[in-house]
Design a protein around this ligand. Structure first.
Ligand code: URA
Length: 235
């Protein structure tokens, strides 16, 4: 791989910034200063350092973000801040995107990666992973919702949902809802279909990965290898 491409991807800088760093002799490969942007390296073997600090090579990154309200799940937005702006510099790199979206006013678990193949697998209807939401309602939840949702409820516009699992909690106006798909505004529209309204929504689980409750709103961390192996659990 070309050194400028490697530095750009692994240090999360533009290709022209990587070239400028090379010009300034800030990049070394196995201790020797690199002189040209088209020098080739082996990402698996060579030790590339920026101003003396080694870049650890990872083909892909997987990030768990605790999304706050008011931030959009997009790579770019003219008006609002995006989830990508919340990623700290050390985890930032080209090609990151949110795998699955939450509404602007929804909080909680957003999975961010640059692994297109894994994201595609996660989002494909064939093996749509479970997504669990903590839902606060305007009015107390009713037992009848359990049956209606598990049978696959039809929401506005005649769209039929896949069977979903509703779990009551000790609070009458708070439920957990487990979905296997991600239709537009799905939780809100399902609750409207049974005559209720969502007042607060938070995603707490994707597949077998729970949102890390030690992450404050707006914080993120890398997903561990062990967690990643649980992603397709229950799919
Ligand atoms: N369902 C919704 O209505 N909104 C979300 O953000 C996610 C699921």
């Amino acid at each position: 791989m070309r050194i400028d491409k490697f530095v750009s991807e692994q240090a999360g800088v533009s290709r022209s910034d990587a070239k400028a760093m090379i010009k300034k002799s800030e990049i070394t490969v196995n201790g020797a200063v690199v002189k040209t942007a088209d020098a080739k390296i082996d990402p698996e073997r060579d030790i590339v350092a920026v101003r003396g600090k080694a870049l650890s090579y990872k083909q892909f990154v997987y990030i768990m973000l605790n999304k706050p309200q008011g931030v959009v799940c997009a790579t770019r937005d003219g008006l609002s801040s995006t989830v990508l702006e919340l990623i700290p510099e050390e985890l930032r790199r080209k090609g990151l995107f949110p795998a699955g979206r939450l509404d602007k006013d929804t909080e909680g678990f957003v999975f961010i990666t640059d692994d297109g193949a894994l994201a595609h697998k996660m989002l494909s209807p064939k093996n749509h992973i479970e997504k669990e939401y903590a839902v606060t309602l305007e009015k107390p939840a009713e037992e009848r919702y359990i049956e209606l949702f598990s049978a696959g409820i039809t929401i506005d516009g005649g769209e039929k949902c896949l069977p979903a699992r509703l779990i009551m909690t000790e609070k009458s106006d708070v439920v957990r809802l487990v979905l296997h798909e991600g239709k537009y505004h799905q939780v809100k529209r399902m609750m409207e279909a049974v005559g209720n309204k969502v007042t607060h929504l938070r995603r707490v689980r994707m597949g077998g990965i729970l949102l890390d409750e030690s992450l404050s709103s707006g914080e993120c961390r890398e997903i561990t290898g062990e967690e990643l192996s649980e992603l397709f659990k229950n799919a």
